[in-house]
Each structure stands twice: as C-alpha cells, then as structure tokens.
Design a protein around this ligand. Structure first.
Ligand SMILES: C[S@@+](CC[C@H](N)C(=O)[O-])C[C@H]1O[C@@H](n2cnc3c(N)ncnc32)[C@H](O)[C@@H]1O
Length: 272
C-alpha cells in the first residue's frame, strides 16, 4: 500500500527525515536501533526522502537518540506495566511497535492532525493504542486521556520547536494532571538554537527552532524533579563511534572537550 502524496509544513517534514534516519540505520549489517518498521514505512510513504541528503553520520545520531530514549521507556514500563504513555510530537516514529507494550497499557501518540492523518494510513490503532491529532500546546487534547494512574511522557525532537511559554505551560499541565510519572525528552541549549542552521535536518526541512534550555533545573519550577541529564557523551558509546566517519569522530571528540558544545543537545529525565 502507498499513501497519497504528502504535503507537510517545514516543521512537520522533519519527522520524515528522522524516520528516514531510522530506516537507514536498519539497513546496516549491525544497526544501532534496528527498526524494520521504519524501513517498511519509508517504502509506503509517497515522498522524496532523497531531498534530505541524509548522511550515515546523521542517521547514526538519530538512531542513537531513539535507542537511549527507548531504554528509558522500557525501564519505566517494567516498573509500571499499567501506565499511560503520552508520546508527544511522535511524527512518524514507530516507537510503539519497537516497545510493543502489553495491550493493558494505554499508549497515545500525539502530533498535528496532518501528521496523525498520515500515521493512520500506515500505523493502525489497536487495543490500548490511540493517536490524537492536535497541537500539543492546545491543551484540550489532554482531557481525552485518562489521568487515573502513573504516566510516562516521551517527546523526542519536539521541545526545540515549541515556543518557550507554550512548552512550559504544557509541562506544567502534564505534571499537574497525573498522580505521578516521568518525562523523558531531548532539548537543545540556547547555543543549539542560535546555530540551528548547522543542523542538516533543520536546514534542509527549512524548519525553525525556538526553545533552548540551558539549565535543566530551571524546569523544576513546573512541578518536576530532575533525575537524569545526558549530555552529548551518550553519542560516544563504542558501538556508535565505531560506525562514525573520521570527521564525525573528530567533531564529537572536540565537542566533548568544550562544555558549551557538550551541552548543546541533551536528554533530560524528570519525575513528578
Ligand atoms: C523532528 S520531528 C520528530 C518526530 C519524532 N519524534 C521522531 O523522533 O521521529 C518533530 C515533530 O514534532 C511535531 N510538532 C512540533 N510542534 C508541535 C506541536 N506544537 N504540536 C504537536 N506536534 C508538534 C512535528 O509535527 C514533528 O512531527
């Protein structure tokens, strides 16, 4: 089955670049993430993925970020098999299939209506799995999600696209709605926002990033407690470094020596 021609905004089309990155990773003899659904989905979507000119290094970093976040999701769900998962700015990510949670768990994928329309053509809903088409910062959608137990909020490649005020209101509302839970998401520091056009995915999609977070403790004011902060060194796992080009290896080595660059892109985990 092929989808109709895709017409996404610049911001939305970044999700096709990251999807393609995971598909390219899956073509490696020993993938980092290993997501066959990403490959199948790329084949089904009528879109010129070549326009992203995605280099193997970029695909590696997309796959590594997804893998690190998946590990946090799995760990939370082992402790809370009855949780509600909110996967915000899910794009075309097949995380729900990678994690494959029990049907008793409730998993919601949330993104703009156009993105959810495309998702529904390739990712069927099933018991315990629903997709919500809404801007995450228009908070009415939250009313559709039961708030009777622990929640896991996951957002990969989302926060930097939100306006800071809307992003903070979203996190505050999420923390207030559920009795307990965790949030795991990646952020850019303000330098990452300033240098956004150096990011090939953002540049080629002509997207704009707005929210930079330098101090992870700053978000604790919203009712969160910081439990983990991963800087760029999470890319330096041996399995990833061995697959990098020499130029990327050098870039990473230099980035790890300079705190400002080391902190440009991080993964944060909070409890609430
Ligand atoms: C870089 S893509 C990441 C997609 C996916 N998480 C992944 O890793 O492949 C950013 C996603 O955030 C979504 N997004 C950005 N702002 C949003 C908002 N206010 N409400 C809902 N989704 C949003 C975009 O539509 C896009 O799907």
């Amino acid at each position: 089955m092929a989808t109709g021609k895709v017409h996404f905004t610049e911001e939305q089309s970044t999700n096709l670049a990251t999807l393609y990155g995971r598909a390219l990773d899956n073509r490696l003899p020993r993938p980092i993430l290993g997501d066959p659904t990403a490959e199948e989905t790329v084949r089904k979507i009528d879109y010129d993925f070549g326009k992203f000119k995605m280099k193997p290094d970029m695909a590696l970093s997309v796959a590594m970020r997804a893998k690190v976040i998946d590990e946090r999701v799995r760990a939370f769900l082992r402790e809370h098999p009855d949780a509600t998962v909110l996967h915000l700015g899910c794009g075309m990510d097949s995380r729900v299939y990678r994690i494959d949670p029990p049907r008793t768990l409730r998993w919601y994928d949330v993104d703009y209506p156009d993105v959810i329309d495309l998702r529904k053509q390739v990712y069927p809903e099933r018991e315990g799995y629903q997709q919500i088409g809404s801007s995450v910062t228009e908070l009415d959608w939250l009313e559709r999600v039961p708030a009777d137990g622990p929640a896991l909020v996951v957002a990969e490649g989302l926060t930097m696209y939100l306006d800071p005020e809307g992003g903070r209101a979203l996190l505050r509302a999420l923390a207030a709605r559920f009795p307990s839970g965790e949030m795991v998401f990646d952020v850019f520091g303000s330098l990452g926002i300033k240098l956004q056009k150096l990011n090939p995915v953002v540049r080629r999609a002509k997207a704009t990033l707005s929210w930079g977070i330098d101090d992870a403790h700053e978000l604790e004011r919203l009712g969160l407690t910081l439990v983990e902060e991963l800087d760029a060194s999470y890319f330096a796992a041996e399995e990833t470094v061995s697959l990098m080009s020499p130029a990327m290896r050098l870039q990473l080595k230099l980035a790890l020596m300079i705190p400002l660059f080391r902190n440009m892109g991080r993964i944060l985990r909070y409890r609430f």
